[in-house]
Design a binder for this molecule. Structure first.
Ligand code: GUN
Ligand code: ZN
Length: 433
């Protein structure tokens, strides 16, 4: 058993997730009690210490915030080097920068080296769980699962499937996509903390035959995820109408092939209609809002409030390389501004919720991660406000935890992350290799 002391903040996992003020838990001088990589207890230091054996090791982060590890629900492990590529809107950006970049992941040495760097970026930003898009190359997915398993991380990933409307070198037949995906599923799905997501990239790059193969995989294996993109860009939406004329809207393309389940993660969803949102609510799929990406590619202003009014599970994704930061704090800051432009209000508790317990719920992982309930994995991030002097100065006289968290979101980034823990072990410490 070991103790980690600091300012603990998380949310109780209640049936109504949006009673956030009631569900929020904050211990100014708190402690996590960790046993065998899991949370044994969490609470007020002076109270809990009385109930514990003496002489336990204490890792003391007094003054720092300790939050559940962040959930990045949509990120491309093969696009780290393509971040900040000036390429216009989505379809041009993919053609001009992304596809050529992803091609390099056919080489195993390249794939492992660059995927290690990608994981380092996740951890130095406090992200402990992610839903990851590698490239179409099986080795790019092998690299993700192998590195994640060494780090004991809870990860969702699956090789991208594409069979049209991309350069020849990134295409494979539906049968080959099926065979390659199946081999990866058999090797990695439900191994430790790893989960497989069938990953047709988006409707533009899949034929009906390829979607049938994706659907066959979902039927064949237990509790597979499906991740994809939807209605991110207006030109994309028009193109999908053209290539799937029998489907009456974008969502219906996925729906008609049986791809919508409560483990389906739909990236973006900016231009979804009321009818589509209603259907997503009905099937229990989740939407992943990717704020910095939507701004960078000029994709549009997502209306998060409308989505939660439909009681659809919502998570947040960095979507690097279109996203401009791996930091979930930076992405939440952009989400706040997008909401403001839509005359909506994203409250700080909501924002932190979407990047922790809410993200975990959207990914059906709330029994494993997302808060400090006893029995959950001890995956958490230590944030040191003194590392950004403007932030420390701003929160000196803050009157409530909401006010402090708001400043943390708006001004925070990877510089705040003092340490990141997975299963109770520090896998990243600022200033150490
Ligand atoms: N739609 C299809 N592929 C991609 C991608 O790689 N990034 C983003 N942002 N949208 C996509
Ligand atoms: Zn994406």
């Amino acid at each position: 058993m070991k103790l980690v002391r600091g300012r603990l903040f998380d949310f109780k996992n209640q049936a109504n997730p949006f009673n956030l003020s009631e569900n929020a838990r904050y211990f100014e001088d708190g402690v996590l009690v960790i046993e065998d990589g899991k949370i044994f207890a969490a609470g007020d230091y002076s109270q809990l210490i009385k109930t514990l054996p003496a002489n336990l090791t204490v890792e003391d982060y007094s003054g720092c915030f300790i939050l559940p590890g962040f959930v990045d629900a949509h990120v491309h492990s093969v696009q780290t080097k393509a971040i900040a590529s000036d390429g216009g809107e989505l379809l041009d950006w993919l053609q001009n920068h992304i596809f050529a970049n992803e091609r390099q992941f056919e080489n195993a040495d390249y794939a492992y080296e660059h995927t290690r760097f990608f994981f380092h970026q996740l951890l130095k930003n406090g992200t402990t769980t992610a839903a990851i898009f590698p490239s179409i190359h099986p080795v790019s997915t092998e690299a993700v699962f192998e590195i994640a398993s060494k780090l004991k991380m809870c990860i969702i990933a699956g090789k991208t499937m594409m069979d049209r409307n991309a350069p020849e070198y990134l295409l494979e037949s539906p049968q080959k996509a099926y065979d390659n995906s199946k081999a990866l599923i058999e090797k990695w799905h439900h191994k430790g903390r790893l989960h497989y997501a069938v990953t047709p990239r988006f409707a533009v790059t899949s034929s009906p035959e390829a979607f049938k193969m994706a659907s066959a995989l979902l039927k064949e294996f237990d509790k597979l995820y499906l991740q994809t993109h939807i209605s991110e860009n207006e030109t994309e939406v028009i193109m999908v109408k053209g290539i799937f004329p029998v489907n009456h809207n974008y969502l219906n393309v996925y729906d008609s092939f049986g791809l919508l389940t409560d483990r389906t993660l739909l990236g973006h969803g900016i231009y979804l209609s009321d009818e589509e949102l209603e259907r997503i609510a009905e099937v229990g799929s989740a939407i992943v809002h990717c704020p910095s990406s939507n701004l960078f590619l000029g994709s549009g202003l997502f209306d998060f409030q409308k989505v939660i009014n439909y009681q659809i599970s919502l998570a947040v994704g960095s979507d690097v390389g279109a996203g401009t930061s791996f930091s979930m704090l930076s992405n939440l800051s952009e989400a706040y501004k997008i909401a403001a432009l839509r005359k909506r209000k994203l409250y700080p508790f909501q924002a932190i919720y979407f990047a922790t317990l809410g993200g975990a719920r959207a990914l059906s992982l709330e029994n494993e991660i997302g808060n400090f309930d006893a029995g959950k994995a001890a995956d958490f991030v230590v944030l040191d406000p003194s590392k950004i002097d403007l932030l420390a100065y701003r929160i000196q006289d803050a009157e409530t935890i909401e006010e402090t968290l708001f400043a943390l979101i708006i001004l925070g980034n990877d510089r705040l992350v003092k340490a990141t823990y997975v299963m109770g072990e520090a896998v990243y410490k600022a200033g150490e290799i």
